[in-house]
Structure formats: structure tokens, C-alpha cells
Ligand binder design. Structure first.
Ligand code: SF4
Length: 357
């Protein structure tokens, strides 16, 4: 639901009010999130001031108006998308682009339209179904969450942050996203795109940090409309603007509804500080070897002997390390000496082990 405010209504006073919210104390208590979350929560201000009413209006109105005509039509945003469908989308979208998630999300929900359907199957089926989405521990966590939802919540995704946060694999970001997008609640939802957008537009900094502080949460919350439905829509709109226009390398400022008052542009578009983070190439890494081993197991209807796995990668030390990593993570189990399978799958009669057992 977009408001009728003009994009030009993003006044300097809005930027200032929001920046005031950012000027809260720096000291802090840490908030823990799951390792799978796209952003960790960093030390923060426990007694931060809150902005006054009205600080959000022009900023959110401008973004909502843009969103009304530019948002992508994504199925998990449809009103009929169930909380389970939203939860699955949020887990899949961590570190994975939308175009790769779309077919996987649809196939997942076609097969498991409710958490109880997934919980009734072995965890290995979730890993198999995950296919090549990457970071397959997310499949295990989603299975564990489905079991918890089935056993502890009568098969219904809980609608409050406290219970969402207790689900396996659900950290601060995911809990807030599900509460906002599935249950239309008012929560600051900060992914890497929102972090970058607000960092530039409000704080005037090209902030490359991945950590999210309580101060960040309070700042973004200060930008949300006051009624819950509009706030939920604004959370999606902030994310979309960050994903489509306020992109990391070359922001498309000429098309941005915030361009006139954007603090980063007013400051002359200062370059981001070098965080020292470097993208690790995939080729030749243990991740690549793990992916190759897992692909063999996913594609096999029966457990696989060691000598078959040995064919996927020449270097034995790295291959062994990758296999042990998969075993440690619970993504692979040994069902007999030298015979491996996805979790929950048993050794079939007649499957030989390398030792002939
Ligand atoms: S004007 Fe440019 S830098 Fe500022 S918020 Fe918009 S896209 Fe981002």
C-alpha cells in the first residue's frame, strides 16, 4: 500500500530527523544471531534515544510510492503466500539471488506445502531437494525448523519474534522478516540492501559493514510508518530499493526517489572505507569439493561407497577434509564402513563398502 506523497517530499528535515536517530549512544550489548543470517548483530546502544513521531513519513512515503510501480512481482509477496512459504523464501534468499530461488522455492512448496509435510520426511530429502542452491546447511535447518513447528506449534509458523527466534536456523533477520512479511507486523527488517540504502541516504556513508547494531534497528524502525500494515510494506520497499537501485557498486541514483535529499549524494558520494573483506573464489576451494561430493549423494537413490566419491576430486587430502566437513555438519552420514548417504537414509542390502562389507 503506497501513500500518495511525492518523491520530492523527502525533505532535509526528514534526513536530519533520521540522522538524529542515528546519533544514539554507541556502547552496547551484543545480540546473537544464527550463523546463517545474512548479517550479524553487533554491539549496540542499550539506551538509545528514539526519534519523534513523523520522522518516518516522507522517507517511507517516497520509497512506498516508488515501490508501488517498480516492485518485482515475487510470489512470496502475494497475499496468499502462507507464513511457511515466507519462511522458506527468507531462508533460501540468504546469500542466493532471486532468480535462482524462484524455481527452487516453487518446487519446495509444491512438494512440502506445510511444515508437517517436510517434517514427515528424512532430513536427507531436504538436502536432496535443496539441489544446487548452495550453503546446504540451510536445508538441514529448514527441516529442523519444520520439525519444531510441527511438534511445538501444531504445524503453524509462530507469529511472534520470541518463538520465531527459537526455531532452528532462525536468527534476528529471519524472525523479523517473517513477522513483518507473513504476519504484517511493524519491525525493522535489515538485510544487506536495507543497510546500504539507509547508510547512504540517511547517514551519508557507503557502509559496507555486515553487522547490524541495535542502533541500526532503531534507526530503521524510526523510518517506518506507524501503522503495522504500512510498516510491513515499507520494510519490503526499503529492501527492494536497495536491491534494485541503491546497489553496491554503481547505484542508480538518477532513478531513485530519494536522490534529492540523499545524504551520501549531498556529501559528494564518498567512497566506502575498505573493510578488508575479499570475495573468495569458488574454484578449487573446499566448498567446491563439498558441492561435488554432495551432488553425487543427492543424485544417487542408494548410499554411495567411498571409491565412487573418490572420483569427484583428485587431491585426496582436500577431498578427505571436505567429506569430514560434510559429516561434521550432519549433511552426510556413514551408513556402513566406507559407505555414505544423506541423513536419514539407511544402507540398502547389497551396497558394498570398499572393504567388501
Ligand atoms: S540517491 Fe543513490 S545513493 Fe542515495 S539512496 Fe538513492 S540510489 Fe542510494
Amino acid at each position: 500500500m503506497a501513500s500518495t506523497a511525492s518523491p520530492t517530499a523527502t525533505s532535509a528535515s526528514v534526513t536530519t530527523a533520521a540522522a538524529d536517530a542515528a546519533a544514539v549512544a554507541d556502547a552496547a550489548d551484543a545480540v546473537s544471531v544464527d550463523a546463517a543470517e545474512p548479517a550479524a548483530v553487533a554491539p549496540v546502544a542499550a539506551t538509545a534515544a528514539r526519534p519523534g513521531p513523523g520522522a518516518s513519513t516522507a522517507f517511507a512515503d517516497a520509497v512506498l510510492e516508488w515501490y508501488a510501480t517498480h516492485a518485482r512481482d515475487l510470489p512470496w509477496r502475494h497475499p496468499e503466500a502462507s507464513p511457511w512459504a515466507v519462511l522458506v523464501s527468507e531462508i533460501m534468499l540468504q546469500q542466493t539471488p532471486v532468480n535462482r530461488v524462484l524455481p527452487a522455492w516453487q518446487a519446495w512448496l509444491d512438494r512440502w506445502p506445510a511444515p508437517s509435510a517436510l517434517a514427515a520426511e528424512p532430513a536427507g530429502e531436504a538436502v536432496r531437494m535443496w539441489g544446487r542452491l548452495g550453503y546446504p546447511r540451510r536445508a538441514l535447518r529448514l527441516h529442523q525448523a519444520a520439525v519444531a513447528i510441527t511438534e511445538e506449534h501444531h504445524g503453524l509458523v509462530p507469529d511472534d519474534l520470541e518463538h520465531l527466534l527459537r526455531l532452528p536456523g532462525v536468527g534476528t533477520y529471519t524472525a523479523r522478516a517473517v513477522a513483518a512479511f507473513a504476519f504484517r507486523q511493524r519491525h525493522a527488517v535489515i538485510d544487506v540492501n536495507v543497510r546500504r540504502l539507509v547508510g547512504r541516504a540517511v547517514n551519508g556513508r557507503d557502509d559496507q559493514r555486515t553487522a547490524v547494531s541495535r542502533r541500526d534497528l532503531e534507526l530503521v524502525e524510526s523510518l517506518l510508518p506507524h501503522d503495522a500494515e504500512s510498516a510491513a510494506q515499507a520494510s519490503a520497499a526499503f529492501m527492494e530499493l536497495g536491491a534494485l537501485l541503491c546497489v553496491a557498486r554503481t547505484p542508480r541514483c538518477e532513478a531513485c526517489p530519494l536522490r534529492r535529499e540523499c545524504a551520501w549524494r549531498r556529501a559528494g558520494s564518498p567512497a566506502a572505507a575498505d573493510t578488508g573483506r575479499r570475495t573468495q573464489s569458488y574454484a578449487g576451494t573446499d566448498r567446491q569439493v563439498r558441492g561435488k561430493l554432495l551432488a553425487v549423494l543427492r543424485e544417487s537413490p542408494v548410499p554411495v561407497p567411498q571409491d565412487v566419491l573418490d572420483t569427484v576430486w583428485d587431491e585426496p587430502v582436500q577431498r578427505g577434509r571436505a567429506l569430514h566437513g560434510l559429516l561434521d555438519d550432519g549433511l552426510v552420514v556413514a551408513v556402513a564402513p566406507g559407505v555414505y548417504a544423506l541423513p536419514g537414509e539407511q544402507a540398502w542390502p547389497g551396497v558394498r563398502s570398499p572393504s567388501g562389507g
